[in-house]
Ligand binder design. Structure first.
Ligand code: ADP
Length: 261
């Protein structure tokens, strides 16, 4: 009797293990194929736009309509920035997953980097598309990897752009607070339901937004943001109200006095 019970328990136990393993495998396979699908969609959209503008230029419009030619060239430059940001995001994710010590730290205030990112973001949007407000008021030095922190800011700004309808108002602000620097990226977009506010930082997690508001994406942007900010001994949090907008706040510790140059 006892033996039968043991066999039965073992059989059920291994059944459960196999089911869990198969379930895990299926989930990973699904994640991978979702990721591939999203990545190709992400890359194809700006590529298709670049091709269209290039073909318009090839059609000889340059001679007839110089103003329109300029618009095409500007659009190509803009779309190239988006492509670049996406590829950078994928590479950062791979690098972050593989080698989290590969940082190249500098100790300086974040103002200059924020200016550069703001200029880059302005090149990514159409003229007049976004009311983009930048307030940089920070002097505290922060130990950071420029590339990694730059990609944090680009990720937050491109999200603000993606999840906001017409009449976009987006702001980037930096200020010093005691012994840390606070970076805020605010938008007037569709917002995030309260129950999703923690989950959005999980890799591959994407919110089911109402139909028509599901822009391309991989669900990696915020995971990279969180990983990078933690690597810098900082923290990131999101606050949001559905239908009104979102605020992402990153806080980073100022460099210890003895490390300042
Ligand atoms: P992706 O943008 O590639 O989908 P992210 O990791 O950057 O991936 O974001 C995860 C999810 O969090 C997004 O799919 C979106 O649902 C939500 N999200 C991120 N930023 C915003 C924002 N500013 N406004 C509304 N939703 C956002």
């Amino acid at each position: 009797g006892a033996l039968t019970v043991c066999f039965a328990v073992a059989a059920v136990g291994s059944g459960v293990v196999v089911t869990v393993l198969l379930g895990r495998r299926a989930r990973i396979a699904r994640l991978q194929s979702d990721l591939l699908g999203n990545v190709s969609h992400d890359l194809k959209t700006p590529l298709a736009a670049i091709r269209m503008y290039a073909q318009t230029l090839q059609s000889g419009i340059v001679d007839r309509e110089p103003a329109m030619a300029k618009q095409c060239i500007d659009a190509i430059a803009r779309e190239t920035e988006w492509l670049d940001a996406m590829i950078e995001r994928l590479l950062t994710w791979r690098a972050a997953a593989r080698d989290r010590d590969g940082m190249d730290p500098v100790t300086e205030p974040l103002g200059e980097l924020a200016q550069e990112v703001a200029a880059r973001f302005s090149r990514m949007v159409q003229p007049g598309e976004v009311d983009f407000q930048v307030r940089i008021d920070t002097a505290l030095p922060v130990v950071h990897d420029r590339r990694a922190m730059g990609s944090v800011l680009v990720n937050l700004l491109t999200n603000a752009h993606k999840f906001t309808g017409p009449g976009k108002v987006i702001s980037l602000s930096l200020r010093d607070r005691d012994d840390h620097v606070e970076i805020r990226v605010e938008d007037n977009g569709i917002g995030i339901p309260p129950r999703e506010l923690r989950r959005i930082f999980e890799p591959f997690h994407r919110v089911e937004h109402p139909a028509g508001m599901r822009p391309a994406g991989t669900g990696l942007g915020l995971a990279i943001v969180e990983l990078t900010v933690k690597d810098h001994r900082g923290a990131v949090r999101a606050e949001s109200e559905v239908g009104r907008g979102s605020v992402f706040t990153v806080t980073l510790p100022a460099a210890p006095r003895e490390d300042r140059t």
